[in-house]
Design a protein around this ligand. Structure first.
Ligand code: URA
Length: 212
């Protein structure tokens, strides 16, 4: 597994504003979107492209366009939805599938309650959006489902990651015949006893959409 922690002043600045307790939901949503666009730029560094002949106003040349099948973006409901706009802004021709997963707050285990994904993911580059890589339970379950459907190139984009979650992912995907990458804006210290990332930013879904 490959882990990229993006070290960039704009990412660090926006992430600090995002973390602040007093940041409103409106600002949080805007910052999350901007951060995802910055992370997505790094996360898409090995997108498949194909040559295309074009005419500029001056001459004919060979350029590139995104290869078929187009990349698939998979926000994990609910908090991953807050990352979707920032991603499709950069890759408007990508297809979008949805995965609804919920974490039991006691066992911390993830279960799937919604699956709107293609059945065959062979040859698809897949980008999973989940803001918080905490225990890793949700991402391991989501990425395992994608690999079971034939995906071999999966990148998870997370605003924040905890060392425990990264280790869980390393162990889950070691020896699997697949390229799994995690791109994150920061690697925080640890998880607390409730499974929250420390120092973190709190519950990402609540901060995006208000407490339900
Ligand atoms: N999910 C969140 O929203 N926040 C955390 O800190 C951990 C998991």
């Amino acid at each position: 597994m490959r882990t990229l922690v993006i070290d960039h002043p704009l990412v660090a600045h926006k992430l600090t504003r995002l973390r602040r307790e007093e940041t409103s939901s409106t600002t949080f949503r805007l910052l999350a979107e901007e951060l995802v666009t910055l992370l997505a730029y790094e996360a898409t560094d090995s997108l498949s492209v194909q040559p295309v002949r074009i005419l500029t106003p001056v001459a004919e040349m060979t350029g590139v366009e995104l290869a078929d099948p187009k990349p698939l973006v998979v926000p994990i409901l609910r908090a991953g939805l807050g990352m979707l706009n920032g991603m499709v802004k950069l890759m408007p021709t990508a297809e979008v599938g949805f995965l609804g997963m919920v974490r039991d707050e006691e066992s911390l285990l993830a279960t799937t309650y919604a699956d709107r994904l293609p059945h065959d993911l062979h040859n698809r580059q897949v980008f999973v959006l989940d803001p918080m890589l905490a225990t890793g339970g949700t991402l391991v379950a989501a990425i395992s489902l994608l690999l079971d459907r034939g995906a071999r190139d999966v990148t998870a984009i997370c605003l924040l990651a905890a060392p425990e979650g990264l280790q869980h992912m390393e162990e889950a995907f070691a020896g699997r015949d697949a390229e799994v990458t995690v791109v994150t804006a920061a690697l925080d210290e640890r998880l607390n006893e409730k499974g929250y990332i420390v120092p973190g930013l709190g519950d990402a879904g609540d901060r995006l959409y208000g407490v339900v």
